[in-house]
Design a protein around this ligand. Sequence first.
Ligand code: WAQ
Ligand code: MG
Ligand code: MG
Length: 240
Amino acid sequence: MRASRVEHDKEIHISGAEGIYKFDELERFLKKFFKRATEHPNGFPDKIFFTLEKIKEQIQFIKALPIKTVFCETPEKAKEIINEHLTKLGISEKAITTGWNVIKGQKMRGAALIDCLTGVRIEPNKERGVRVSRIHMDKKRKIQVLRKIKNLTSEPQRVIEAVTVASKVASCSEVVAEICVSDNLNYTTGYIASKEFGYLRITNIKKHGEAIGGRAFFVKTPLKIDKLIKFLEKTPVIVI
Ligand code: WAQ
Ligand code: MG
Ligand code: MG
């Protein structure tokens, strides 16, 4: 599902959601996604798109990243810790700056792909970005994650969805790390993720009520970008 507002003939992303469901569950989830689209704190949509596709490909099973929470008192401290971690992975200062600019910049439906050395954005559609889709977390893992974070978040479903995205993304050999800040005004915990250190939740990544948010994947070049995007957008993955 994706919901957007139209301003001066341009579509501005409000919210989105994806999943892999059995046929019998579809109606229930369509209702759920409709509710989500129409009750989003960032505004009421002018358009809602629902896409349902039968999965014909083989489903891949991928391990969930381990989860840790890093408590930061201020966005300044959060930024310092994040930059330190990303630098350790060999991501250049330029690339890190591009990442923060994506998060502060125009709202996108998907994520930016950033060359981890040059800092150049290489995704073909820079207004849309790359939307990780056809993903789902296995029920047992969901229960385990919920148990782990129950006292650490007001929105456990958001954590489940973010860990699901991050686990698919981190499984790609071309991706060095990911950074994410929610576009929801009052959700102030973000994360960085990598194969190296897992899913690191970062509290106070932004101020309460701050209208920023976005995602970026730092990638190694040269790479087969079409192949990477196809995997992220189309290959069905269940996170176990
Ligand atoms: N694929 C690629 N990019 C996405 C996707 C996706 N499936 N979903 C969202 N984005 C991009 C898009 O640009 C959004 O504007 C931005 O990320 C933020 O999305 O406590 O809620 O769904 O552990 O608002 C992380 C911390 C929460 C959770 C992230 O992101 C926790 C979050 P949101
Ligand atoms: Mg989301
Ligand atoms: Mg959001």
